[in-house]
Design a protein around this ligand. Structure first.
Ligand SMILES: [Zn+2]
Length: 88
């Protein structure tokens, strides 16, 4: 089972709401701080809830960004990157 710690090394996690086509980048470093690195991705999925329509979509996109993405991900001051529409 994949955990947050494994993902944060080289992946970005996007939550997808299919009814309203929203895509939101999950803040993995913040999530690890709250839940710990052993927190399973499946449990993140179960907790997803769209802030617009209130649907529990449980849709996650896991995008490989490479090991160098780790540094960017841990830079808290940096604004969250909006995913491009291509990811849908
Ligand atoms: Zn929605």
């Amino acid at each position: 089972m994949q955990t947050l710690q494994q993902l944060v090394q080289a992946f970005r996690l996007y939550a997808v709401c299919e009814p309203c086509q929203r895509v939101k980048c999950v803040d993995l470093p913040a999530l690890i701080e709250h839940e710990g690195g052993d927190y399973p991705i499946d449990r993140v999925r179960m907790r997803l809830k769209c802030t617009e329509c209130g649907q529990r979509s449980q849709a996650l996109r896991i995008v490989y960004v490479g090991p160098e993405g780790r540094n960017a991900g841990f830079r808290y001051s940096r604004a969250p990157q909006d995913p491009t529409p291509d990811l849908l």
